[in-house]
Design a binder for this molecule. Structure first.
Ligand code: NAI
Length: 328
């Protein structure tokens, strides 16, 4: 089983939970049309969110004799599932490794932006005990708009209800358990009027650039926008325009549309060529984390266990519940 985009923690967790007797080989480069040859001799490849899994790459994997493509993530928007099916490749993913990990990270972004603890931390270390510029707002009683109430959106709704917020949500299907807890399902444009809007829907043709110049206009002045889902949900230049005008009060993102060129790498001595990200980083009311919402001990354990179990079963020709191709 050959891993692409492998990080030291992948090696640690997958090696620890490898009770399928698989021979694990870890490669740091991402899967691309240039690196696909590294899969030579593998029965399965394991990829992450920014690997290229298009028709050309899948065709080469199949030609190399690969049988299984295992996504060690939940989102599968980057995989050409139709092509995989046509090539006879089995694709699995980890549908719910820890919804709470991602939901709690959304809360971390919100609390940091609101109470400016990132600034307070630096200030106090420099013996600057002034409170100037650190004022926040109570979240208690505020309205939170949640777009997408799947596993992560539901976990986020529960957290915000627990904090005494009013929670509005938009999804293609209202969840009755959430409604029973007090979540108020409303049309998208209503939900966008909340004090805080948090995105938890998948990236697809309907949701790409869901946040754009027009939808931003309909948002409340000074609202906080959170995105721990996928970068493509947001038209970033439009968000920059809204931040410059003061229309958007704050932005917390764990994902970025062009992240595959940047995230999961130490580029601290490089000259970053992405002017959009650099502009975003310059705002005092923007907090960017580099796709770390999933990054907890519990989530990594579940990712390793589920992926290894799925690959073991698929290589034996068994049917499994985490097979992404079933979703086509
Ligand atoms: P899920 O499949 O359980 O839920 C997605 C929800 O979005 C479903 O209820 C679905 O009906 C809804 N939805 C679909 N199209 C929609 C639309 N047009 N408008 C509104 N709602 C729509 O997925 P889950 O596990 O909650 O994950 C959500 C997303 O979070 C994933 O697609 C993935 O991209 C992202 N994610 C990010 C991570 C990170 O580390 N930052 C880690 C894990 C997932």
């Amino acid at each position: 089983m050959v891993f692409f985009s492998a990080q030291p923690y992948d090696k640690t967790y997958f090696t620890q939970w490898n009770n399928q007797g698989l021979d694990l080989v870890f490669f740091e480069p991402a899967l691309t049309e240039q690196t696909v040859e590294l899969a030579q001799g593998a029965a399965a490849v394991c990829v992450f969110v920014n690997d290229i899994v298009n028709q050309a790459v899948l065709a080469r994997l199949a030609a190399l004799g690969v049988k299984v493509v295992a996504l060690r993530c939940a989102g599968f928007n980057h995989v050409d599932l139709e092509a995989a099916r046509a090539l006879g490749l089995r694709v699995c993913r980890v549908p719910a490794y820890s919804p709470e990990a991602v939901a709690e990270h959304s809360l971390a972004l919100l609390l940091t932006l609101n109470r400016k603890t990132h600034k307070a931390y630096n200030r106090v270390r420099e013996q600057n005990f002034s409170l100037h510029g650190l004022m926040g707002q109570n979240l208690y009683g505020k309205t939170i708009g949640v777009i997408g109430t799947g596993k992560i959106g539901q976990a986020f709704c529960r957290i915000m209800l627990g904090m005494g917020c009013r929670v509005m949500a938009f999804d293609l299907v209202a969840n009755t358990a959430m409604q029973a807890m007090g979540v108020d399902y409303q049309p998208l444009l209503e939900v966008l009027k909340a004090d805080v809007v948090s995105l938890h829907c998948p990236l697809n043709e309907q949701t790409r650039h869901l946040i754009n110049d027009q939808t931003l206009l309909g948002m409340k002045d000074g609202a906080v926008l959170l995105n721990t889902s996928r970068g493509g949900l947001i038209d970033t230049p439009a968000v920059i325009r809204a931040l410059k005008k003061g229309k958007l009060g704050a932005l917390g993102i764990d994902v970025y549309e062009q992240e595959e060129k940047l995230f999961f790498r130490d580029l601290s001595t490089d000259i970053i060529q992405d002017d959009v990200l650099q502009r975003l980083s310059g705002f005092p009311n923007v907090l960017i984390t580099a796709h770390q919402a999933f990054f907890t001990h519990e989530a990594l354990t579940e990712i390793a266990q589920t992926t290894l179990e799925s690959v073991g079963a698929l290589l034996k020709g068994q049917k499994i519940r985490t097979e992404a191709a079933l979703l086509v």
